[in-house]
Write a protein that binds this ligand. Sequence first.
Ligand SMILES: Nc1ncnc2c1ncn2[C@@H]1O[C@H](COP(=O)(O)OP(=O)(O)O)[C@@H](O)[C@H]1O
Ligand SMILES: [Mg+2]
Length: 360
Amino acid sequence: MKYAIETFDLTKRYGDFTAVDALDLKVEDKSIFGFLGPNGAGKTTTIKMLTCLIPPTSGTAHVAGYDVIKNPNEVRQKIGMVPQLVSLYADLTARENAELCADYYGMSKDLKERRIDELMELVDIKYAENKMVKQLSGGQKQKVSVVASLIHQPEILFLDEPTIGLDPTTKSVLWDLIDELNQKGHTIILCSHDMYEVDMLCDHVGIINQGKLAAYDTPQGLKDTILTQEEKCGSNIGEIVREMEESDSGDHPSFFKLKEAVNESEIDKAREMSLMVDNSDRELINRLYQIPCVLNIETHRSGRLTFKLANTENAVTQVISSIMETGGNINSISTKDPSLEDVFIKVTAKKPKTGKEEGE
Ligand SMILES: Nc1ncnc2c1ncn2[C@@H]1O[C@H](COP(=O)(O)OP(=O)(O)O)[C@@H](O)[C@H]1O
Ligand SMILES: [Mg+2]
C-alpha cells in the first residue's frame, strides 16, 4: 500500500457553510504527515471524516486501504485517535480507561493486560496507572490518551494538537514517542499549530485554509518555495532597474527613487547571515560589498558581521570564500532561512483560488 490515506473530493458542509471543500490529499504509508491551518480551517472536521466519526457530505476517502463510507468498521480497526479534547472518563483510573478501550476492540484479558503494561511503560505513565484521570495533569492525561489510542496496534494514528498546553519537557517526551511509533511502522497524522514540532517531525506537510488544501510539500520544500518566489520577484525588479540604468531613463530623477526602493525591498526579503570574523576592518567590508549577492553588512562592536544576502544559490559560500582569501579567520557562523511559520503566514494570508484550476 503506497498511501495510508487518500481522499477524493472529500467535502463536508454544514448548511450553506463548507467546512471541508473538495479535498484531495494523499498521505504516504508509514510517514509522519503534518496537518496545518488556521483555527477553523477544517482540520478537525477532516480528521473526523477520516476516522468515521462523521460522514462526508460528498466525496470519500480511503484509510488504510478501506473506504470510510463503505467499510467504516474496517477503518476503525486500523486507526487510533488522540482527540483534540481529551475524552477519558474522569472518575476512572488511567488503567481502567485503557482497559475500557481494549474491551471495545474485544481483546482477551491476557493480551489486554500485557499491552497496557507495555504501552504504559513506553510512554512512562505506569507509575500513575491507579490514579483517577481527574487527578492527573494535562500531560499525564495526554499520555493515557495515547495508551488508549494504541491499544489495538493501529496502523494509523491521528493526533489532533497533542502537545498544546504541555510544558517543554513533556512535549519533547511526546515528540520522541511520535518518532518512535513511526519507526515501528505506524503512519502518523499530526494536527498542530507548533511549527517547530511540524518542521522537526514531519515528512510532508499539508496546509489547509478555508477547507481547501493551500500547500503541500516537505517542510524544506515549502521553505524553498518561498526562497525561490522571493528571488524571482527581486530579480525581476532588479532586471528592470538594470535595463533603465543602461537606457536614457537612468538619468530621470524618479529613477533614483525607484532604485532606492528596489534595494530596500530586496533587503527586506533577504536571507540573513551572521559571522564572527577576527580581522574585520574597513578594507574587508569594502571587499565584501563588491560581492553582488551582498545587500547589506552591519558591523557590531564585538567584531560580528551581520549580512543581508540575496537569495542566490552560492551566497553564503561566496562571502565565506572572500573572507578566507584575505586570510580572515571565521570564529562562528549562523544563518537564518525562512521558517515554516513564514510559509504558514504567507499561504494562509491570501484566500485560496477558486474554480477548477485549484491544485492542478
Ligand atoms: N458541527 C458543526 N456545525 C457547524 N459548523 C461546524 C461544525 N463543526 C465545525 N464547524 C465549522 O467548520 C469549520 C472548521 O472547523 P474545524 O474543522 O474544527 O477547524 P480546525 O480544526 O481547523 O480549527 C469552522 O468554521 C467551524 O465553525
Ligand atoms: Mg481543530
